[in-house]
Write a protein that binds this ligand. Structure first.
Ligand SMILES: Nc1ncnc2c1ncn2[C@@H]1O[C@H](COP(=O)(O)OP(=O)(O)OP(=O)(O)O)[C@@H](O)[C@H]1O
Ligand SMILES: [Mg+2]
Length: 149
């Protein structure tokens, strides 16, 4: 990959291999780019780095884990810029269970709503303003990051 490769070239469709440090920088860059109220989709196989990317965005926003969630699939981080909400849909058994997550309510509260495994929520997942796809790379210390949208 070229040095200093950016996550900001939205939808370029080119996967780039990134170390953890590069992934952290990409997450910080995306955090600066996104308007308040944005929805981010994170897709990719188990262990591809989706949660790591969410945590890196939270760190970029100076956010701290907030109240312990009543619904275990939703994690909230409070930041000086507002609430970051992370919904992990992996354990939804069928898309309709996403109704319990109340995406509309989450979107009203959240400065940024990050949805991991949005495909498990099917039609109930709010459409993304940005979509980051992560994948395993040959080097276990790296991940392929593609800005799908
Ligand atoms: N370049 C990298 N980018 C992201 N994560 C990396 C990288 N290199 C190693 N890792 C490690 O890979 C693991 C990724 O796990 P993570 O929980 O973020 O994956 P996930 O996509 O959320 O998986 P799941 O679908 O099971 O929730 C972490 O332990 C992380 O430290
Ligand atoms: Mg995860």
């Amino acid at each position: 990959m070229r040095r200093g490769a950016s996550v900001a070239d939205g939808g370029s469709g080119v996967p780039r291999a990134m170390s953890l440090g590069e992934l952290n920088r990409a997450a910080a860059e995306l955090w600066r780019e996104l308007a308040p109220g944005s929805v981010v989709w994170l897709t990719g196989d188990l262990g591809a780095g989706k949660t790591t990317f969410v945590q890196a965005m939270a760190a970029a926003a100076d956010a701290e884990p907030a109240r312990s969630p009543s619904f275990a699939l939703v994690h909230e981080y409070s930041s000086p810029h507002g609430l970051l909400v992370h919904a992990d849909c992996y354990r939804l058994r069928e898309p309709a269970e996403a109704l319990d997550l109340d995406f509309d309510g989450l979107m009203r509260q959240a400065r940024l709503l990050l949805i991991e495994w949005p495909e498990k929520a099917g039609e109930y997942a709010p459409p993304p303003d940005a979509h980051v796809a992560l994948a395993h790379a040959d080097d276990p210390q790296q991940r392929l990051l593609e800005r799908v949208k």
